[in-house]
Design a protein around this ligand. Sequence first.
Ligand SMILES: [Zn+2]
Ligand SMILES: [Zn+2]
Length: 421
Amino acid sequence: MAIKAIKGINDILPDVVGKWQLVESVARRIFSNFNFQEIRIPILEKTELFARSIGETTDIVEKEMYTFPDRNGQLLTLRPEATASVVRAFIEHKLHLQPAMRKFYTMGPMFRHERPQKGRYRQFHQINVEVFAMDDPMVDAEVIYMLLVFLEALKIPDIKLHINSMGCPDCRLPFRQSLADYLEGVSDKLCADCKRRRLTNPLRIFDCKVDSCGKLVENAPVLLDHLCHECEKNFQGVRDHLDSLAVAYTIDPFMVRGLDYYTRTTFEAITPHLGAQDAVGGGGRYDGLMKALGGPDLPGTGFAIGMERLILLLDDKAGAATDSHNLFVACLGEEAKKKGFSLVQELRLSGLSVEMDYESKSLKAQMRRADKLDATHVLILGDDELAKGAALLRDMDASTQEEISLKKIVEELLQRFKLEM
Ligand SMILES: [Zn+2]
Ligand SMILES: [Zn+2]
């Protein structure tokens, strides 16, 4: 029996890869306008990096990570998200000593052992943006703005911005207590997971997908009502700066994001076109993370975009090839095929996209293949034409053909396709 790929771990085939390339190139262009630099980080890290950063009692660490001992018995994990690794790299390379390196982005695969469903896979891809050592509310507003500009550039329809504040350790501690008190009163109505969460990490109850828990959560106290003065002022600052950029938003006190490290402003870009899982991108501030991972006490903020879900939202034609100069070289006879083989390489070196057939099929079969490849022109090389030092150039759209000399054929074709040499 043929071997299949692992469930939830997919191939990305050439017929959709144009969309991926489009997303990546728009990200590179826009992020670079905002002065972000690319960083590339490994997909495999020591397990303790994620346990310490994401939180031991989050669903990701408890249930979803791909963790295994390597051949030396060291516990490793395929990264479930990118922020922890970027922070680790920042600390490890002492980048805080290099003021030119504060704003980063990275793209690539992440791994979580979740139930696969449309737009959500076990190997999935994210674009991540991280900013370190800046805690002005303007930075939060800038990062949020860049996310929206990026989605706008890809023409993603009906995006709405939701924001919330997760406070700081100062306001979170008393809040945790009032949440715990509330949950104690309703503990018999909680699902089994939430019964456990109530004691280990009550904030995670806001993530519960069980309906009955969702109803209980509606009446639960929210962090937004318990912010300390500094957090309140900071959140107001972010909102003022969003207003100054004419960014509309909804304050959503129930949005807690799935990771423990968030502090202060968090946000999600939401669309009605993804069903129940409506966020296409989101993130927030994580001011304590760098210190918790053994680095300097520097603040951080950023976001992640789910690429699979973003690609579901793209227009069908987005990323389709726009190169209208595909040339197919059809050869008839052994001599013509030899001549065609070297001519094809020469044309490719000159910048044309060129294909030929090696199977010595009939002209009709070769024309059919040219048509399938969307070739705009076919150059026909037959032994008769070769003897005359010429070839036939067929315009596929106009259904016309003319004889052209082989002597200056590269220059001739480039000129017709208006390419610079
Ligand atoms: Zn606070
Ligand atoms: Zn629950």
